[in-house]
Write a protein that binds this ligand. Structure first.
Ligand SMILES: Nc1ncnc2c1ncn2[C@@H]1O[C@H](COP(=O)(O)OP(=O)(O)OP(=O)(O)O)[C@@H](O)[C@H]1O
Length: 576
């Protein structure tokens, strides 16, 4: 509002601050220009430099008016004055005076709002901005303070206006404040403060207003109540925790969605494995070591990790470390430059790590990795860099590494055929897949899944007999899922009859089924005679159906009529 340009003649508004005796505390260059004086020493009275104005200002304080406006003639100028009294305990402590030359003002009136209007605007801004506002002079005396600021420190405005901020802090009336630091450094400052009395968290910004000499005229401090922001931050943290929980639940939901996919996981043990793998894929972590017996699904799950991860659009490169001799394996993994070895291609070749860049590389049978290649693999894991055979420059690669083995790597480390440091690097996220025999719930689901798959592939309508299912559950599946898959594929293709029986290796199944016998007898104790007879009848018919393929032969075998055979087949849901 005060135009503070270097040439006072171009300014319209002068500003003065006097104490309650009319001694000038501060005069802006504009005020000095209008009153034709210099206030550079102490104790200059307004009555001396501008008696007509001084008289009216003192009168205003005497009469305890909050503000007044008048026109007075000084030094052949008609000067319009707006007085704003600084009150303390309802007593005037001094006054702020805004001055302007009416003649100039008339000329400028087209551009400037009347001084009273400006004052009103200033007051409105002060009181209704929503921020706490202090205005202090260059000595730290509080000139103005609005209701919001007073409320934040739980004091009346009159208790602080006209007082030194230093004294108020010394007396413990106000707590930590910004102004002393700003007066010292003459620099703006923003700091969080804690208003103990109102229990509010405040963000305070103080700005020094400097005069032409670089001295502080005022300090304006604006306070923003951040309590709500703090509360919102607490709510946000709470929301984040909820989101984390939901994310955890989502991985369970993902498991549900997987029920429709080609991955079978009914048993709690397998569900746990999938939950862990889903977490790892979501976090895009590398160095996952999958262990488990041969055929348990290690390769299948490695692919699953890739397909459900952030890199699913990128390559999935798989290599069996047991199938290639040392030199070739090294060339496969890291590539080679032309002429690197006898028989090397003329152009050189990129290695699998390069091909898997940004995607996933799956190192199957990692326990069989030759010792010399282990050191090179360790370097890739540590530095994310490879060097082609015969090459000199390092190439950066960024891929998820998943390794798998059915060997016990710790044993290999003991036997010194596997590097300990590599084992620790690869084993960052170990996942053990349980053997199929240890997840009974999955056996039937898998069996049904493979039967449906191969029936579709080979256009068959094969189905399992009851005995077949009992045998599955009693069998120990040394070859795990791969064995089950192959057995069913074989049976679907080879067996003549649609009702599948005896598809497991005969020598192993005998003992397995007989071992299961006692609990079954136990179960019979609780069944009625009728149910037992029905089950006996069904089993006999199923056995007979393995030897005969029409109802006529069955009738002859059981020595009953053909129509009785048809009725019984229908009753048990059986057919040829
Ligand atoms: N969870 C599963 N759901 C459906 N099919 C599966 C599942 N896990 C494995 N399979 C099937 O089982 C077969 C064997 O799996 P995989 O080759 O991944 O076993 P592996 O543990 O890697 O065996 P190896 O140690 O001999 O390499 C695969 O052909 C796949 O079709």
């Amino acid at each position: 509002m005060i135009r503070n340009e270097s040439n006072p003649e171009e300014s319209f508004i002068g500003f003065l601050q006097v104490d309650r005796l009319g001694i000038i505390q501060y005069a802006s260059p504009q005020a000095e220009y209008l009153l034709d004086c210099r206030v550079d020493k102490a104790d200059v009275s307004l009555m001396t430099v501008a008696p007509n104005i001084g008289r009216q200002v003192l009168l205003c304080m005497e009469q305890e008016l909050h503000s007044n406006a008048f026109v007075a003639r000084e030094k052949e100028r008609d000067i319009e004055v707006l007085v704003s009294t600084m009150m303390h305990d309802s007593l005037p402590q001094g006054a702020l005076c805004f001055l302007r030359d009416i003649k100039n003002a008339a000329e400028a009136a087209r551009n400037l709002p009347p001084i009273k209007e400006m004052h009103l605007q200033f007051q409105a801004l002060l009181e209704h901005s929503g921020y706490g506002i202090y205005i202090l002079d260059g000595r730290g005396i509080i000139l103005k303070v609005n209701d919001v600021a007073a409320d934040l420190i739980r004091l009346d405005k009159d208790q602080v206006i006209g007082k030194s901020i230093f004294k108020l802090v010394d007396l413990g009336i106000m707590e930590e404040v910004l102004t002393p630091a700003i007066l010292k450094t003459k620099k703006p400052l923003t700091r969080p403060l804690w208003a103990i009395k109102s229990n509010k968290y405040i963000m305070a910004s103080g700005i020094p207003i400097l005069d032409e000499q670089g001295e502080i005229m005022f300090v304006v401090v604006i306070e923003h109540d951040m309590t709500i922001v703090k509360e919102l931050r607490a709510q946000l943290n709470q929301a984040k925790q909820v989101a984390e929980t939901i994310r955890g639940e989502l991985s369970d939901r993902n498991l549900l969605e997987l029920e429709n996919s080609e991955i079978i996981a009914i048993s709690p043990a397998m569900k746990q494995v999938l939950t862990v793998l889903l977490k790892l894929t979501r976090m895009d972590v590398s160095n996952i070591l999958i262990t488990g017996e041969s055929g348990a699904g290690k390769g299948y799950l490695a692919k699953f990790v890739h397909q459900h991860g952030l890199r699913k659009e990128q390559p999935f490169i798989s290599i069996n470390c047991a199938t290639l001799p040392e030199m070739l394996l090294e060339a496969e993994l890291f590539g080679y430059e032309k002429g690197a070895f006898t028989g090397a291609s003329e152009t050189g070749k990129a290695g699998l790590f390069e091909l898997a860049n940004n995607g996933t590389i799956f190192l199957d049978e990692i326990g069989d990795l030759p010792f010399s290649v282990q050191a090179k693999l360790l370097k890739v894991l540590d530095d994310g860099e490879i060097r082609r055979l015969g090459g000199t420059k390092s190439i950066k690669v960024n891929c998820i590494v998943i390794a798998a083995t059915n060997l016990n790597l710790e044993d290999l480390v003991q036997k010194k055929t596997f590097r300990k440091d590599l084992y620790f690097r690869l084993n960052t996220f170990p996942v053990r897949i349980p053997a199929l025999r240890d997840r009974q719930e999955d056996i039937l689901a898998m069996a049904k899944f493979f039967l449906k798959k191969f029936n579709e592939t080979y256009r068959q309508k094969k189905r399992f007999s009851e005995r077949c299912i009992e045998e599955f559950l009693a069998y120990d599946f040394p070859g795990n899922i791969r064995e089950l898959e192959n057995l069913i594929k074989n049976a679907v293709v080879i067996k003549e009859k649609d009702l599948l029986t005896g598809i497991l290796p005969a020598n192993r199944i005998q003992s397995a089924v007989s071992m299961e016998a006692p609990p079954q007898k136990q179960a019979h104790v609780f069944r009625g005679l009728q149910e037992d007879l029905l089950e006996f009848e069904r089993k006999r018919i199923e056995h007979a159906m393995e030897q005969f393929d029409n109802t006529r032969d069955l009738a002859r075998y059981f020595r009953i009529s053909q129509s009785s055979v048809v009725r019984k087949l229908k009753k048990h849901g059986l057919s040829f």
